[in-house]
Design a binder for this molecule. Structure first.
Ligand code: NAD
Ligand code: WQD
Length: 342
């Protein structure tokens, strides 16, 4: 039986495909390469010595999905495909609702037609919105999202709940990721953002190699221990392994379930800078700037439910996150880009 991974060429997807292949699962990837490169999958093959079947296509294309479900014995789907830039989503909400919400509807429809009943969905801590108490716990209702991106994830969770109620055979897990960072320890695959990075760690890493001049720290006056924003960072390989474990749970679950995937611990921006400097030996120049629109002061996960029901918890700490981010950035100063023509 084969697992369909949408968005499998992307950052979290490629690391998850690697973990699945290491468990001897058969994997088909569907990705439109809008935010990734097929080079990630070539490297996954290189690392595992195993094949991945790749389709370049869009989850909004029902014909393409039909073709995949016709040609492969798909038992379950891990659904990463979607757009994820929070700022961009406020300027182009329709693209976000189309790719994320509409794309997921098309996928669900084709899964139903093809009698595929198991789905893992990439949700986000952002669904807890602006008013949830920290640490975030799964029993808190989702809502009050602060961007169209976040709202698209919230809508999809509601759709999945309704669909699971209507289709008793269907089982679906929404994994609410906190802040994914790091890279596979080989340094062969990692996060390769387009243009100037939006997220903290890729930005720091590009300052470290001299590609960017200095880090802007968004806000120094939050009510946190040092005034900078606090987040729950999680190593992408812990996240990848979380998907593999959730796959086992899917087989015995009926209906919809959501799990936080986080460490349960928060770090401030300044603590992240220090930890990166320690791991890399490189000083990161920074400057405190005004707060970024839509940012929350501090949040982290209550990681108890995933531990209790899935038997999953993080095993890689902040030093490993920094070591692996630095290793990837150092080995791939241009990301996956131009790899073949240099
Ligand atoms: P990514 O951009 O690296 O991966 C997403 C992949 O989906 C890309 O390869 C992209 O080309 C592909 N894609 C986008 N739209 C598509 C479409 N319509 N059809 C087919 N493929 C499409 O991002 P990531 O960080 O790996 O995130 C994976 C998932 O996890 C996303 O759904 C994202 O919203 C979610 N998530 C990410 C984070 C994070 O901080 N990285 C946090 C929480 C949730
Ligand atoms: C982390 C901290 C910033 C960049 C976003 C999405 C969230 C999820 C993960 C998908 C914050 C500060 C950042 C910089 C900075 N994605 N920062 N200078 O905003 O917590 O979460 O990505 O679901 O939905 O909102 O992540 O890495 O952008 O920021 O000071 O140049 O670093 O203010 O405190 P964020 P981030």
């Amino acid at each position: 039986m084969t697992i369909l991974v949408t968005g499998g060429a992307g950052y979290i997807g490629s690391h998850t495909v690697l973990s699945l292949l290491e468990l001897n699962k058969d994997v088909v990837v569907l990705d439109n390469l809008s935010n990734s490169s097929e080079e990630s999958l070539r490297r996954v093959k290189q690392l595992t010595g195993k094949e991945v079947i790749f389709y370049e296509g869009d989850i909004q294309d029902d014909t393409c999905l039909k073709h995949i479900f016709d040609c492969h014995k798909i038992s379950s789907v891990i659904h990463f495909a979607g757009l994820k830039a929070v700022g961009e989503s406020t300027h182009n909400p329709l693209e976000y609702y189309k790719n994320n919400v509409s794309g997921t509807l098309t996928l669900l429809d084709e899964m139903r037609r093809a009698n595929v009943h198991q789905l893992i969905f990439s949700s986000s801590a952002t669904v807890y919105g602006a008013n949830s108490p920290v640490p975030y716990v799964e029993t808190t209702p989702i809502g009050s999202t602060t961007s169209p991106y976040g709202t698209s994830k919230m809508f999809i969770e509601h759709i999945l709940q309704d669909f699971a109620k209507a289709e008793p055979q269907f089982s679906t897990i929404a994994l609410r990721y906190f802040n994914p960072v790091g890279a596979h320890e080989s340094g062969l695959i990692g996060e390769d953002p387009n243009g100037i990075p939006n997220n903290l760690l890729p930005y720091i890493a590009q300052v470290a190699i001299g590609k960017l001049e200095k880090l802007g720290v968004f806000g120094g006056d939050y009510p946190t221990r040092d005034g900078t924003g606090v987040r729950d960072y999680i190593h992408v390989m812990d996240l990848a392994e979380g998907h593999c474990i959730a796959m086992d749970k899917l087989r015995i679950l009926r209906g919809f379930r959501a799990y936080n995937l986080g460490s349960g611990v928060g770090y401030s921006v300044l603590e992240m800078i220090q930890a990166f400097e320690k791991a890399s030996g490189v000083t990161i120049p920074y400057q405190i700037l005004p707060r970024r629109d839509g940012d929350l002061p501090a949040f982290w996960a209550d990681a108890g439910l995933a531990k209790m029901e899935l038997g999953w918890e993080v095993s890689r700490g902040i030093n490993t996150m920094m070591r692996d981010t630095w290793n990837w950035q150092n080995k791939n100063p241009k990301g996956y880009h131009h790899h073949h023509d240099r």
